[in-house]
Design a binder for this molecule. Structure first.
Ligand SMILES: [Zn+2]
Length: 259
């Protein structure tokens, strides 16, 4: 379907930035999303291009970049907080329904400097984000994430938080597949279920185009077609990831093989 290059974002991005930034933005996005998806305490380096966020941002005026806007950071963090609240409510209800106690993820931490946050003694580098199972927290480089999400749209924040949160749920349920790809596709399915169920319950309202945003975002984060499915760090092809997400979105957790 996709090769992870700029095909998905090309039109919009090129038009907005006027710099033909197709590959750059797609690379930035892929790096953001791939590394966000890395979980379980592993601190895999982001894949794709490493770019400072402002390099791929459309400039609103000379000498300024949107990535530097405190407003955009605040908005992004508000979206993260909203997504966190919805995820916590959702999983608390699921656990309660099966008679189990639910422990929310300990914290969700933005950081700006290399080494500001560590996971299991390993400092988190800039331009990264992870779910750290050792400390039971999610951490992300805030400026870099904001830059990426300005391009993909706000709805996708809800997917990503949901995907990371799903890794925390897997840990709580003792789910530990042999292959990364199984763990990742299940997390995509669980992210779909939390979103679909939250929309159905009225806890979350999607705007026009949000479903397309999920679809396009998932297409952009698929593995390179040459990546062996059994390789450490595999997340699934664009098709697999999209299928898993929407299976959960449409059919809820029963579709996610939680056992
Ligand atoms: Zn993941």
């Amino acid at each position: 379907m996709l090769s992870g290059s700029g095909d998905v974002w090309g039109g919009t991005v090129g038009a907005r930035s006027g710099r033909g930034a197709r590959g750059t933005v797609a690379g930035l996005l892929a790096a953001a999303l791939v590394s966000l998806a890395c979980a379980g305490g592993g601190l895999a380096e982001p894949e794709g291009e490493r770019q400072a966020p402002q390099q791929s941002q459309a400039s609103p005026g000379p000498g300024t970049t949107r990535a530097d806007s405190t407003t955009s950071v605040a908005e992004f963090e508000q979206d993260v907080a909203d997504a966190q609240a919805i995820a916590e409510r959702y999983w608390a209800a699921q656990f309660k329904a099966s008679g189990q106690r639910f422990q929310p993820v300990r914290r969700i931490t933005p950081y700006q400097r290399e080494g500001e946050v560590s996971c299991g003694g390993e400092p988190l580098p800039r331009n990264n984000a992870v779910y750290c199972s050792r400390g039971d927290f999610i951490a992300y480089d805030v400026r870099w994430s904001v830059a990426a999400f300005r391009e993909v749209g706000d709805a996708f924040v809800f997917y990503l938080l949901g995907h990371e949160y799903a890794h925390a749920i897997q840990v709580r349920l003792g789910i530990n597949y042999s292959f990364t790809i199984q763990q990742e596709l299940q997390a995509d399915c669980m992210a779909g279920a939390y979103l679909g169920d939250s929309v159905r319950s009225g806890a979350l309202t999607l705007a026009d185009g949000d479903l397309d945003e999920f679809r396009e975002g998932l297409a952009a984060v698929g593995d390179d077609p040459d990546q062996p499915w059994f390789a450490e760090g595999s997340h699934g092809t664009a098709e697999q990831r999209t299928e898993s997400f929407f299976r959960g979105y449409e059919r809820s957790l029963e579709a996610c093989d939680l056992g």
